[in-house]
Design a protein around this ligand. Structure first.
Ligand code: SF4
Ligand code: SF4
Length: 180
């Protein structure tokens, strides 16, 4: 009996105290994605990168909004969203206790306003994304005198930009080709 107790004392504790004490995780452990909507610009880069479609965006042109959603029930904790996010709005945390009482609690959402095109008034991109792109361009050292025309370009939708890029000659050629 004493021999056995001595062996046990030598071996020490072989188990973790979890769940009575926090369970340590390895460095780089990929747990629950933590999302900070204040940092998000609704660019949808994470949505395109997410393999199991745990991330989605829905655009409502009538309400002029885009809703970003994360369904944790579909997440495979691959970390692709964190890799592609330009603003650090989504990052994997060490949290692994994800049990919830209701499926609805696995869903996280944030709604963003869309910017309307200066020319045609169509909603075309999240306002925060346009402001972010503009701020990045200004950081490159754009002269103060060019700021207003730069803003006008950023606040114009791709269709209107294309139309205005065609000068009168190109436009005539296009019309003639179209007629032929
Ligand atoms: S960790 Fe992977 S599966 Fe989960 S939300 Fe991010 S990209 Fe999608
Ligand atoms: S990539 Fe980042 S900023 Fe873009 S929608 Fe996803 S969380 Fe938001």
């Amino acid at each position: 009996m004493f021999k056995l107790l001595k062996i046990i004392a030598r071996a020490g504790e072989a188990t973790e105290k979890y769940p009575f004490a926090p369970m340590p995780v390895s460095p780089g452990f990929r747990g629950k994605p933590e999302y900070t909507s204040q940092q998000c610009i609704a660019c949808a880069a994470c949505v395109l990168a997410c393999p199991p479609n745990a991330l989605t965006v829905k655009t409502d042109a009538d309400a002029c909004t885009r809703t970003w959603s994360l369904n944790l029930g579909r997440c495979i904790f691959c970390g692709r969203c964190e890799e592609v996010c330009p603003t650090g709005a989504i990052e994997l945390s060490p949290e692994f206790e994800l049990a919830v009482g209701s499926k609805a609690d696995l869903l996280q959402q944030a709604t963003f306003t869309l910017m309307r095109c200066r020319q045609c008034d169509t909603p075309f991109a999240p306002t925060k994304e346009v402001e972010y792109a503009l701020a990045l361009t200004v950081q490159q050292g754009v002269p103060e005198s060019d700021l207003e025309s730069l803003r006008a370009r950023f606040e114009t939708c791709p269709d209107c930009k294309r139309l205005h890029t065609l000068d009168a000659t190109d436009a005539r050629r296009y019309v003639v080709k179209g007629a032929a």
